[in-house]
Design a binder for this molecule. Structure first.
Ligand SMILES: *[C@@H]1O[C@H](CO)[C@@H](O)[C@H](O)[C@H]1NC(C)=O
Ligand SMILES: *[C@@H]1O[C@H](CO)[C@@H](O)[C@H](O)[C@H]1NC(C)=O
Ligand SMILES: *[C@@H]1O[C@H](CO)[C@@H](O)[C@H](O)[C@H]1NC(C)=O
Ligand SMILES: *[C@@H]1O[C@H](CO)[C@@H](O)[C@H](O)[C@H]1NC(C)=O
Ligand SMILES: *[C@@H]1O[C@H](CO)[C@@H](O)[C@H](O)[C@H]1NC(C)=O
Length: 521
């Protein structure tokens, strides 16, 4: 018997095995009872208990605790569905590197059966508030260690790539990437290990981020000395240095380029200009190049400021870990990391800022060192909007404030406006589509209660009743959205709600059912 309706299947198979678990890509397109009691009637969207990919008592306890805190029934339902989404659906495999005690966690992005360095680091980050030191293999700490170890393996295998295949130990076959079959990439890679090979500086920064987060919450220093972490950091530094190579040498000759990527495609953002090296980049800015953005779209100018900010911040926090290790070279390495972090910060402030005629001194999204600059923001993190969330700067910093005013206005070419959602979007989903992720980041970087209320209300109105955070939503039509199963954005929503519970709990006891901004239930 083929199961079409999940509820009927559940009734007919009280003892569900994984074989009967519905594909979450399908499950997350349909409304499931019971719906929430508010006006949005949001679907129940957690898979059946037997179908969840990882169980954490800490997460379940948080869901129960937050029921008292979040008074709006729709807001609570969205939190209830979204926060556990990575654990419920995306921990595709967890185990050990063959013949060792090295934990490995293979975390898929959601609807694509591959692990992104960026997504998996951020999927883990949503559980950072619950992370505590634990040696147990069913703890959040164990998931983190597995992600860090697997990312280190990926970086040592193909450090220029962004998305990877299941580890051989899992027995899961590699996913087929039709688009990558039309790529020409240098350095070359094996499709058995790599799902896609777009060089993105923020992927390297993601490894630093997940490492720094694990250490900050657990103080588990010995873990970092045990496996390949130090080697992976050395690889990250080597790529960063190589990607500071300018296009031309001092005598005008074109330098040997460390990375090239072209793809046969009809989308300009899926390939690089100049036969794969991108638009020319000048010398002496001290910034690191990025061929692609965190949206996986190509950069216009490769000195992509938000990733340089993120890299600088997490390089500094991981230098603290490195400095405490006992490896023979950890002292000089830590010093090198601190130096680079500091040098990047000053390079960003010198070469990554622009005097705008209306907004004053702002951060550019991208520059090329010749004077070329892209003035915009894209929803994906790292973004300019997220700079304080990344720990690079403070919300009260004047350059950030000016930048924020610009990117949250029609002066940003990717600011989408409409009755359904007004938020930053990007070329990935294209003009017309705003990203709820950007509305979430707006809350995370705001101290203004009215602004936060408006964003919460808007987010609730963008799930088409499905009760999950979609990748993008048409600003004039709630029913027109992309990606029903995008785990990172759901985790980020949960992380934002927990952040509000800490810093502005009163906002979570209000109603978001009205049209205007009225307070109180
Ligand atoms: C933890 O380890 C035990 C013993 O090796 C194993 O049976 C169990 O499946 C593991 N649990 C998780 C969540 O990995
Ligand atoms: C870049 O500029 C620096 C400082 O002017 C110089 O030392 C270096 O040789 C230049 N590198 C290249 C590849 O031109
Ligand atoms: C480094 O060595 C010192 C002295 O032997 C020791 O106390 C410390 O625990 C070691 N640290 C790590 C991370 O192994
Ligand atoms: C770090 O910077 C300091 C001061 O600029 C310099 O003396 C030192 O050699 C640098 N160390 C490394 C490892 O780059
Ligand atoms: C929800 O979106 C619709 C358009 O899709 C709009 O008419 C309505 O005013 C929005 N409601 C709220 C509370 O923002």
């Amino acid at each position: 018997m083929r199961c079409v309706n999940f509820l009927l299947c559940w009734l007919s198979f009280p003892l569900l095995t994984t074989a009967q678990c519905p594909d979450y890509s399908d499950y997350s397109r349909e409304v499931h009872q019971p719906v929430s009691s508010g006006k949005y009637q949001l679907s129940w969207m957690r898979p059946a208990d037997e179908c969840r990919t990882f169980k954490s008592q800490a997460v379940e306890d948080t869901l129960v605790k937050m029921q008292e805190v979040i008074k709006d029934p729709d807001l609570y339902r969205l939190f209830q569905n979204a926060y556990p989404n990575t654990l419920d659906t995306a921990i595709k495999w967890k185990g050990f590197a063959s013949g060792t005690d090295e934990e490995l966690t293979f975390v898929i992005t959601g609807d694509i059966n591959a692990m992104w360095l960026r997504d998996s680091a951020n999927q883990m980050q949503s559980y950072l508030p619950l992370l505590t030191a634990s040696a147990s293999n069913n703890s959040i700490a164990s998931l983190y260690r597995g992600v860090i170890n697997l990312q280190a393996r990926y970086l040592l295998t193909s450090p220029y790539c962004n998305s990877f295949q299941p580890p051989v130990e899992s027995g899961i076959p590699p996913a087929e990437n039709g688009a990558a079959n039309r790529d020409s990439v240098y350095p070359s890679y094996s499709p058995d290990n790599v799902f896609e090979c777009k060089y993105e500086l923020d992927s390297l920064a993601a490894f630093l981020e997940v490492s720094a987060n694990y250490y900050s919450a657990t103080k588990d220093l010995s873990f970092f000395g045990k496996y390949s972490w130090v080697k992976a950091i050395q690889t990250v530094l080597k790529v960063a240095e190589d990607m500071m190579t300018p296009t031309y040498g001092e005598d005008g000759r074109v330098n040997r380029q460390p990375y090239r990527f072209t793809r046969q495609t009809t989308r300009a953002t899926e390939t690089l200009a100049n036969d794969g090296i991108g638009n020319p980049v000048a010398n002496s800015t001290g910034l690191i190049r990025s061929a692609f953005r965190p949206s996986d779209d190509s950069t216009i100018f490769q000195l992509f400021i938000p990733a340089n900010m993120m890299f600088s911040t997490y390089l500094s926090s991981t230098a603290d870990i490195m400095g405490k290790l006992n490896a023979s070279d950890s002292g000089p390495l830590a010093q090198k990391m601190k130096n680079l972090s500091q040098a990047l910060r000053s390079a960003i402030e010198t070469h990554g800022t622009v005097q705008h005629p209306t907004y004053g001194k702002i951060y550019a999204y991208e520059v090329d060192g010749f004077g070329g600059q892209t003035i915009m923001d894209d929803a994906n993190i790292p973004s300019l909007l997220s700079a304080p969330f990344l720990g690079y700067t403070d919300t009260s910093d004047s350059t950030y404030k000016n930048t924020r005013s610009l990117i949250l206005s029609a002066t940003n070419p990717y600011y989408m406006r409409g009755p359904t959602i007004t938020a930053i979007g990007g070329p990935h989903a294209g003009p017309g589509y705003a990203w709820p992720m950007a509305a979430i980041v707006r809350i995370l970087t705001s101290d203004d209660d009215e602004e936060i209320r408006g964003q919460l209300k808007m987010i609730l109105n963008t799930t088409a009743g499905l009760g999950l955070i979609h990748e993008s939503v048409h600003s004039f039509n709630e029913g027109d959205w992309t990606r029903q199963w995008f785990s990172w954005a759901n985790g980020l929503f949960g992380q934002m709600v927990l952040d509000l519970a800490g810093r502005k709990p009163g906002l979570l006891s209000e109603s978001y059912q009205g049209l205007g901004g009225q307070k109180g239930i």
